[in-house]
Ligand binder design. Structure first.
Ligand SMILES: [Ca+2]
Ligand SMILES: [Ca+2]
Length: 427
């Protein structure tokens, strides 16, 4: 069982989460052990023979300056006991700089938002890795830590896929010498117009409303139709292009094999970044093109039209497969959103902090082999806490796992989403 060490005449101030009254300090100890974020107690004996115990969400290890003299009070903090075999004596402590000790692991929640790949890299830079979770009490502990994150902006439009295109995406392949280069202060995908292109996994969005959006910087005026994003090889589905007329083009094949929609609009700049969004609104039976979040063109569609099915494994960035022509320019933040975004929503979507925040990254993933989930520390997946109907590899595409903020359950999602993350280090 857990062992607490006592210090007379002091109390930890400013960290009380709850106060309990008990017949003996022993009872309080159990309360603290059972309260995930309790790390110490201030115990005072009453004249009635009872004791009051203030449970603290910190300890003198983390907040030594808050340990103050207090007559008649005892400070209790869990002691590390060797050779624990029962779960109740998992040693936990709050440490400086936002770290927590839980069992044999050091754990920290990072609130800044990163893609899964960036998050893992951040953890590795400090000698750790993304969190591996092997026990129910570990999961519960982290789930309580997430209470420190404020849920914001639960948007109705879920980002189905998001590739930053800065080299941190796990699932973007560079073909024929395409590179990531620093351009205007951010790493971007660079295609030189001489055969270079990149691919993403195929995403199944053909039967819903959707938005395809990306930042693009063209280096030279477009003389030959230059693909931004497409699966343009038979049986082809969709194409978003910089068109030879100097306009943007949104084209698609519907399930009857007809071009629909098919229209060009807007005049994107040369040598400057612009944001292009192709919107397919099935409810309004309309396709739209947006340039820098301003609607520049629209075309009605038939109500029975949806994109033709195909079995492509990848979609192409920068390649028009039927002519092998490739785009010359830079791209970043390519997104597919499972809904028809408005201009206002497009303005918001260009800021990653406006992505709906419903969870944080943990280490679990099936990036290497679909359906074969593994932890970064190599431990076998024995304990799981999937949310109902998860993992579902939705859109054929979800390979990284978030812990949901509301319930501490797990969901596989797009690795390119930008979420807070939990790192661990072994002690
Ligand atoms: Ca998957
Ligand atoms: Ca999922």
């Amino acid at each position: 069982m857990a062992k607490f060490v006592k210090q007379e005449g002091v109390a930890l101030e400013n960290h009380v989460i709850t106060t309990v009254t008990a017949t003996e300090p022993f009872t309080c100890s159990w309360q603290c052990v059972d309260t995930p974020l309790c790390f110490s107690m201030n115990v005072r004996k009453l004249q009635t023979g009872l004791v009051t115990c203030e449970l603290n969400n910190s300890s003198k290890t983390a907040d030594r300056q808050d340990l103050m003299p207090r007559a008649g009070s005892q400070y209790h903090q869990m002691a590390e006991v060797d050779h624990c075999t029962v779960e109740d004596c998992i040693y936990k402590d709050a440490l400086p700089a936002g770290w927590y000790k839980f069992g044999s692991k050091l754990i920290k929640l990072f609130p800044e938002r990163r893609t899964w790949g960036q998050a893992r890299h951040s953890c590795q830079l400090i000698g750790g890795d993304l969190m591996s979770i092997n026990r129910e009490d570990e999961n519960e502990f982290i789930s309580h830590l997430l209470g420190q994150i404020k849920i914001k902006g639960k948007g109705s439009n879920q980002i189905t896929a998001h590739w930053i295109l800065d080299g941190t995406d796990n699932d973007v392949s560079l073909i024929n010498g395409a590179t990531y280069e620093e351009e205007d202060g951010a790493k971007s995908l660079h295609l030189n117009g001489s055969g270079e292109y990149a691919t993403t996994p195929a995403v199944d969005f053909g039967k819903t409303s959707f938005t395809i959006a990306s930042w693009v910087k063209l280096q030279t005026p477009v003389t030959s139709q230059s693909t931004i994003y497409s699966d343009w090889s038979p049986p082809r589905q969709f194409i978003v292009d910089a068109y030879s007329t100097g306009e943007l083009l949104f084209g698609g094949f519907n399930n009857k094999g007809l071009y629909k929609p098919w229209f060009a609009a807007g005049s994107p700049p040369i040598g400057n970044w612009f944001h292009v969004a192709a919107v397919w609104d099935r409810d309004a039976n309309e396709a739209r093109l947006f340039l820098d979040a301003q609607k520049v063109g629209t075309q009605p569609m038939q109500s029975d039209s949806y994109l033709r099915n195909n079995s492509h494994a990848v979609y192409d960035i920068g390649l028009k497969r039927d002519t092998d022509h490739t785009l010359r320019g830079y791209l970043r933040d390519l997104m597919i959103i499972g809904g028809a975004l408005t201009g206002e929503e497009l303005t918001n979507i260009t800021d990653p902090n406006n992505e709906p925040l419903d969870g944080v990254w943990i280490g679990l993933n099936d990036v290497k082999t679909e359906g074969a989930f593994y932890w970064p520390d190599g431990s076998h997946v024995t304990y799981t806490k999937w949310a109902s109907n998860q993992p579902d590899n939705q859109y054929g595409y979800q390979d990284c796992v978030e812990m949901r903020i509301d319930k501490g359950t797990w969901d596989d999602t797009s690795c390119g989403r930008q979420l807070p993350f939990v790192c661990e280090k072994k002690t």
